[in-house]
Design a protein around this ligand. Sequence first.
Ligand SMILES: Nc1ncnc2c1ncn2[C@@H]1O[C@H](COP(=O)(O)OP(=O)(O)OP(=O)(O)O)[C@@H](O)[C@H]1O
Ligand SMILES: [Mg+2]
Length: 503
Amino acid sequence: MAVRETVLSIEHVTKEFSGVAVLSDVSVDIRRGEIMGLIGENGAGKSTLIKIISGIYQSSAGVLKLDGKPVSISDYIAAKSLGIAIVPQEFNLINTLAVFENIFLGNEIRLGSGLLDKQKMRELSAKQLEDLKMPVGVNQLVSSLSVAEKQMVEISKALMLRARILIMDEPTTTLTTRETETLFSLMGELRSQGVTIIFVSHKLNEIKAICDRVTVLRDGVLISIDEISDVNEEDIARKMVGRKDFTKIFPPKIPRPQGTEVLEVKNLSVKELFEDISFSLRGGEILGFAGLVGSGRTELAESVMGLRHVQGGTIAVNGKTVHIKKPADALRYKLAYLSEDRQGKGIVQGFNLPQNITLISLKEYLKGILIDGKAEELKTAEYVKSFRIAAASHKMHLRYLSGGNQQKVYLSRWLDTDPQILILDEPTRGIDVNAKHEIYEFIHQLAERGISCIVISSELEEVIGLCSRVYVMREGKITGCLEADHINEEDIMFHATGIKGLN
Ligand SMILES: Nc1ncnc2c1ncn2[C@@H]1O[C@H](COP(=O)(O)OP(=O)(O)OP(=O)(O)O)[C@@H](O)[C@H]1O
Ligand SMILES: [Mg+2]
């Protein structure tokens, strides 16, 4: 392919927060009509760099040039008027507004009279969501959407700007393989129309599949820019972590333990969400739940945790039927649930690390009526070390941590509740490929200590690599249960879709 002209030059960009450099002298040329992958460990500076390009942050030093001319991108509106749109890593949607109102927020279409042309906005929104194959009603409130649906609304919002430079910060973390494929074919179409895309993902196979070139950042420093055909997944991973020995990502599998059931769910039903679900879990077992977005896995977990009103069925913990009507009941039975919605139901942006980690386990840290700050601090240091949480200080509010590091803090909170049964809904969402390994190891150690884990994941390789048994759901029903050597992509996809021969 002929080398295309440069559309955006990033020249010697540096960014400091309170004197700490998060980006140091980064220079990258982005070409017209290419998909440029941007990859690096959690906290490497990816989001910071693209926030500078989209006017959310200002660089401390350096220049941005569009078509060879220096530009100052003072805010989001300036970026928009220069034809730059961003799908941010953390959603920026207004829960109390409808889907179509969010898609056109700040970009409303008006009638000649000046009134909003709601009809037109509804039509265009519906068309956009249809192109993304996301069956969301345009009049639905954003608050009622799942995270995958919110992601598609956020993508639609950016696409609606018809930008010439489209920046996507981890748009696929909440999507399954099929939805990702739909998004990729759309990105391919945009590229052929000359749109430039900067694409951030922790999934090396995605970078390899869709990008023309890939840029690697490490600790805020530019490591490499390569044509995608010149590097394989392992090369990219090595450049990211800066080491030669790249550890095997999954520890050896633990076979399904013998012994008794710690959790037995029988005939559980929630109106319009799922029906007649039965499954069981043994002490120290790592059980998987696979399925497409919308298959009912998250809703099932929420129901077991007392977050939804169930119409029928029973739940038994350690052989005894229990009545879980609210999350506090679930906690009493030592159940814990890491929600897939870290931003909406997880971390508290305005709390620091210890406050977030001990949010639920706080009573363990009380000395009389006072919080034992020292104990809290020690515990925080333990988690920071185990998961290599990158934060300039424990006092930092979570909103200033990178997405992947927020996820690690959120996971620490649930581990700190000392659960007997831990339900992890997309536990490694936004986690870099190197840090994933640590989380998998940790899940293993928990299982070895007899703690049972349920892993809900849209990443097939995650359930395949970790679990000794996998239930597959489709449209609110369990359609299959695979065990040991029978767990493979093809069979999971068959049960998830009802179609043979997919993978
Ligand atoms: N407003 C801020 N104030 C202080 N530090 C910040 C701020 N924004 C980002 N940082 C720090 O900058 C570093 C880089 O963060 P950034 O969000 O760019 O990482 P990232 O590469 O996108 O990581 P991830 O893969 O986890 O999303 C992090 O250590 C983060 O804590
Ligand atoms: Mg980021």
